[in-house]
Ligand binder design. Structure first.
Ligand code: SF4
Length: 382
């Protein structure tokens, strides 16, 4: 896939940013590319953001600017999930916001109010916060990801952020860290080799072949992602996969079968710790954005109900049918059920219909996944 390079870099003129390893990494990565770099005050940056937002194509244009700044809020956040459905007790490190890829269904389009690609460079604050919130919590089972407000690896070739995080987590085996991506980026992991504590998971989004080609623009193809996953396995990493959003799409059965066949061409069941399944859902504001930005996409023109969380989602019978197909295809290649399967934001009824035993709580599901990670770290999965 084609890697993102900014057309312009804006750096907050504060020592925490200008002296940061993240800033140094980014500037080194664009050497020889004649990318203009400006150092600006916070007020000037706010003005620039406001000016860019006036542009009708702000969301697209804004991505051409990479803003290196500080996160003045919390880095570690609980995944918002929803009270009405079962979630997986996941935490997020908010290290960057926005994404250079263009998935039609991406929630960030409705969520972010800054159109620039943003990276938070104040890593001393990040690690001070992690120390104060996570040290001495060996009994608490944390699974932490970085791919919530961005793609974990979309800017890795510029920032080396995952490498910085891996160094920090290298002696913290009780904290499981997941880098989730739609790229085929691997250099950090192949260079680093096997993570000493084994607590690093590389995670890839999966989808039906035609959804990948038509709705996930500027991303790596499924085959490219799986080639990358196989390289990561060779380097000593465990893999997780996420089928989310599963979309009721043309030739669903055959296109999904093609993807799942590819997964097991590149990976053994014992390479994969778990696979999550989530059906397409969206807030009303996102539907308007998708209609305006991607007029060729048909994904919002279907029958939906309003879920308990106020998001539009497919009727239960349709979700169940989609999930049943995906689970059946996965188990065809994994008859011994080595891979843990779970739903993202589904009801206990759906669990009881398709997977054994609905977890009694988010913590129970989080604990099951954490324990599965622990077992896989020590041995082959299964
Ligand atoms: S890769 Fe993820 S973050 Fe990036 S556009 Fe697609 S859904 Fe959004």
């Amino acid at each position: 896939m084609i890697r993102y390079y900014p057309e312009k870099i804006v750096i907050l003129n504060e020592e925490k940013v200008t002296n940061s390893i993240v800033t140094a990494n980014i500037l080194k990565s664009v050497e020889g590319r004649a990318v203009p770099v400006s150092y600006m005050s916070e007020e000037a940056i706010d003005g620039l953001i406001a000016e860019t937002k006036k542009n009708e194509t702000a969301y697209f244009e804004g991505k051409k600017t990479l803003l290196i700044t500080v996160n003045r809020g919390e880095f570690l956040k609980k995944c918002p999930g929803t009270n009405e459905y079962i979630c997986c007790d996941y935490y997020i490190i908010d290290f960057a916001q926005n994404c250079p890829m263009e998935c039609t269904y991406c929630i960030l389009q409705a969520y972010l109010n800054n159109p620039f690609m943003v990276v938070y460079a104040n890593t001393d604050d990040l690690f001070a916060e992690l120390e104060s919130r996570l040290s001495g919590v060996a009994e608490k089972k944390y699974r932490i990801g970085t791919g919530e407000f961005t793609d974990s690896l979309a800017l890795e070739h510029l920032t080396q952020y995952s490498k910085i995080l891996m160094d920090y987590f290298a002696d913290k085996p009780n904290l499981i860290v997941e880098f989730k991506s739609k790229t085929d980026y691997i250099d950090t992991f192949t260079r680093y080799g096997a993570p000493p504590a084994g607590n690093i998971l590389i995670s890839y989004s999966m989808n039906a072949r035609n959804v990948n080609l038509r709705e996930e623009l500027k991303t790596a193809t499924i085959e490219e992602r799986l080639t990358a996953a196989a390289e990561c396995v060779k380097a000593g990493y465990k893999i997780t996969l996420h089928f989310d959003p599963i979309i009721d799409y043309e030739n669903f059965d055959t296109e999904m079968a093609a993807t799942i066949e590819l997964i097991f061409k590149y990976l053994e069941p014992s390479d994969i710790v778990y696979i999550s399944l989530g059906a397409f859902r969206f807030i009303p504001a996102l539907a308007d954005i998708i209609a305006a930005r991607f007029p060729k996409s048909r994904i919002i023109y279907d029958e939906f109900i309003k879920g308990y969380d106020k998001k539009s989602r497919y009727f239960r019978f349709k979700r169940e049918k989609l999930f049943r197909t995906v689970i059946g295809l996965i188990r065809r290649y994994d008859p011994d059920k080595k891979i843990e399967l779970y739903f993202c934001m589904e009801s206990p009824e759906m669990w009881n219909a398709l997977l054994p035993d609905a977890p009694a709580s988010d913590e129970e599901l989080g604990g099951t996944l954490y324990d599965k990670c622990g077992k896989c770290i020590k041995t082959k999965c299964g």
